[in-house]
Design a protein around this ligand. Sequence first.
Ligand code: GRF
Length: 207
Amino acid sequence: MVINIGILVSGRGSNMEAILKAIRDGKIKNCEVKVVISSKKDARALEVAKTYGVKAIAIEEVGFKDRVEYDNEIMKCLIEHGVTPDNGLVLLAGYMKILSPEFVNKFKWRIMNIHPSLLPSFPALHAQKQALEYGVKVTGCTVHFVDESLDMGPIILQAPVPVEEDDTVESLSNRILEWEHKIYPEAVRLFIEGKLKIEGRRVRILK
Ligand code: GRF
């Protein structure tokens, strides 16, 4: 079965691009990115998506009663583009909004996120800065399924990244980003090949 993908973004879109590239290069098969939706109309990600021939739409959270109403609009857009709870996969890639429980439950275990730390350390914003200030010697990145918690859903893949003596937030973020671009497409591939099995908090990777 072909999986229809929707990617939610808010900014630069480098993780989105890594996934689009992996699909274009045939590293991930049996899927199609049907739509990219940005919560910000000036997001660079929208332009990048178009260069890959992917439909890119901005839906800003303006004029909606609350997050549930906004998320309903996002879900409507996904479904209209063929990204459904039956055959869809929703990828958060630098998406700066917290999904409502309604959204999470509608697309249960079909939403992934990438986070720039080794979760459960340093959830939420500025994870790289948090890691540097805490003084850890190793940090990294995590791809996880999205549940109702913030950055605490079942972990799919992680990559460790050393903190160097002379690191700044920028240099550390860049080193982590290189790994984000490797593990996010890999997690997507595993999902599409049906190799991820959730058992409680653990995500088993089938051979
Ligand atoms: C990445 O560091 C990602 O881990 C975090 O937000 C950043 C998005 O970067 N969730 P990009 O838009 O994918 O370039």
